[in-house]
Ligand binder design. Structure first.
Ligand SMILES: C[S@@+](CC[C@H](N)C(=O)[O-])C[C@H]1O[C@@H](n2cnc3c(N)ncnc32)[C@H](O)[C@@H]1O
Length: 258
C-alpha cells in the first residue's frame, strides 16, 4: 500500500491559492493546530521567541510561517522541491526569514541536538517509515526539547471522512488520487510506543477534527468538488480544532528525555 506523495509536486506550486485542494489544510486547520501548539508552549513555560524550531514535512509553509511570526528560528524540510520552492517564495514575499531544505524526515541533514522544538503536522501518515522519522526527529532535538504533532487515527470514522469522502466518493472527493491510505494511519497507542523507543515521552494527546455539522460537511465537500466553494472556504466551514474525540485525527506533544 502506498500513497501518492507526488501530488505535492503536481499541486505544490499553489499551496496558498484558496482554490487548490491542498489549501484545505490552511483555512481552519492551521489556526486549530497552531492555537493548541502555542497553548502547549505556554503551559510548559517555553518562550518561543529565539527557539530553533524544525518543521518536518512543511509543505507550502503554513505552520512554518506561524512559528516564524512567534519569533522562532524555523527550519522547514520537505521532500517535494516544488512545495519547498513555494514555501520559500511565500516567506520571502511576506518578509519572513525561514530556512527551507529539500529533505525527507527519514534522513535529516541536520546536526544532533540542534533544535529546542520540532513539529510534524499531517505528515506521519505519509511517510515510508514512521519509526525512522521519529528516530531522526528525536536525534536532532535537544534533551528537554518539545515535539508537537498531529496525525490521522486508524478508525472507522477516519475511513469514512479521510478515505471515502475525501478521495473515493465521486461527488465529494477533493482529489482523484490516493492522497491517504487507511492502513498507514496511526493509532495513538502505536505512536506512543514509537515515541518511547526514541526517548520521547508522550505528555498529552487530544482530538483534532471538524466541529461542523456532519451533513453540512458533506454538502460543502460536494460544493467544493463542483467548484462552488473554494477549498480555503471549505476548510473554514469545517471549523477544525480541538475535540474530545480522537476518532478522526489527534494532536499532542512529547518531551525528549535526557
Ligand atoms: C498533508 S501535507 C502537510 C504539510 C504541512 N505539514 C501542513 O500541515 O501544512 C504532507 C506533507 O508531507 C510531506 N512528506 C511526504 N513524505 C515525507 C517524508 N518522508 N518526510 C517528510 N515529509 C514528507 C509531503 O511532501 C507534504 O508536503
Amino acid at each position: 500500500m502506498a500513497v501518492d506523495n507526488r501530488i505535492y509536486d503536481r499541486l505544490g506550486g499553489s499551496w496558498w491559492d484558496e482554490g487548490n485542494p491542498l489549501n484545505m489544510l490552511h483555512g481552519s486547520f492551521t489556526p486549530g493546530r497552531f492555537g493548541y501548539f502555542r497553548g502547549v508552549l505556554e503551559r510548559v513555560g517555553r518562550e518561543p521567541a529565539g527557539m530553533r524550531a524544525l518543521d518536518v514535512g512543511c509543505g507550502g509553509g503554513f505552520m512554518a510561517e506561524e512559528f516564524a511570526r512567534l519569533g522562532c528560528e524555523v527550519v522547514g524540510i520537505d521532500p517535494s522541491p516544488v512545495s519547498i520552492g513555494t514555501a520559500r517564495q511565500h516567506a520571502a514575499s511576506g518578509g519572513l526569514t525561514i530556512g527551507y531544505l529539500v529533505a525527507t524526515g527519514e534522513r535529516l541533514p541536520l546536526a544532533d541536538e540542534s533544535f529546542e522544538l520540532a513539529y510534524c503536522c499531517d505528515v506521519l501518515e505519509h511517510v515510508s517509515s514512521v519509526e525512522q522519522v521519529i528516530k531522526e526527529t528525536a536525534r536532532v532535538l535537544k534533551p528537554g526539547g518539545i515535539y508537537l504533532f498531529d496525525t490521522i487515527n486508524r478508525t472507522p470514522a477516519s475511513k469514512v471522512l479521510a478515505i471515502k469522502a475525501m478521495q473515493d466518493w465521486r461527488l465529494t472527493r477533493m482529489v482523484d488520487t490516493r492522497l491517504h491510505c487507511w492502513e498507514m494511519f496511526i493509532k495513538p497507542a502505536e505512536l506512543e510506543e514509537t515515541l518511547r523507543r526514541h526517548s520521547l515521552r508522550l505528555d498529552e494527546i487530544t482530538g483534532l477534527g471538524p466541529r461542523a455539522n456532519k451533513l453540512a460537511l458533506l454538502r460543502n465537500f460536494t460544493r467544493a468538488r463542483r467548484g462552488r466553494l473554494t477549498y480555503g472556504e471549505l476548510s473554514r466551514r469545517m471549523n477544525v480544532g480541538r475535540t474530545t474525540s480522537t476518532a478522526i485525527s489527534y494532536m499532542g506533544y512529547a518531551t525528549k528525555q535526557p
